[in-house]
Design a binder for this molecule. Structure first.
Ligand SMILES: [Zn+2]
Ligand SMILES: [Zn+2]
Length: 150
């Protein structure tokens, strides 16, 4: 079990297992959302995620018709993303987890839009945009719902 919380600790959640499909995203959206070179995310099955406290302090940013970002309204920490194309999972920001995971992100995505000043030297897989398998997964899921990938 892991616990995650925002910088001011008002909002806390628990997850049962390590997140899966962990990655770094270097797209311009994630750079702005995090104010950093990249976002670090992991997928968690919805039924394995629960709020411990502070859910009422969450601010929701509806980024587009499919993607919602959740922040602490007090300290601004970016905690969670929900995506209507993937109703089974939520996407946590790995930086808010308090405990050590067995392993970290497995790949980098959107290296094609990384900041010019960023120098990445690690050896895990790098993709210019989303990895192919992720696009296929989203398309299939959206097809089932009758919506298009945005
Ligand atoms: Zn907070
Ligand atoms: Zn991104």
């Amino acid at each position: 079990m892991h616990k995650g919380y925002c910088q001011c600790c008002s909002i806390q959640y628990r997850i049962i297992n390590d997140p899966f499909d962990c990655c770094y995203c270097h797209c311009s959206i994630c750079r702005r959302l995090t104010g950093s070179a990249m976002g670090a995310y992991g997928s968690v099955p919805k039924h394995e995620f629960s709020w411990i406290q502070g859910e009422e302090l969450l601010t929701r940013y509806q980024q587009n018709t499919t993607t919602t970002r959740l922040f602490c309204s007090s300290c601004g920490s970016f905690l969670l993303t929900t995506h209507s194309a993937d109703k089974q999972n939520v996407f946590i920001t790995l930086g808010c987890l308090d405990s050590e995971m067995e392993s970290g992100p497995e790949y980098h995505q959107f290296m094609g839009s990384k900041a010019s000043w960023e120098n990445n030297h690690d050896a895990i897989a790098q993709h210019d945009a989303w990895p192919e398998w992720r696009i296929t997964q989203l398309r299939n899921s959206l097809k089932k719902q009758g919506t298009k990938l945005t």
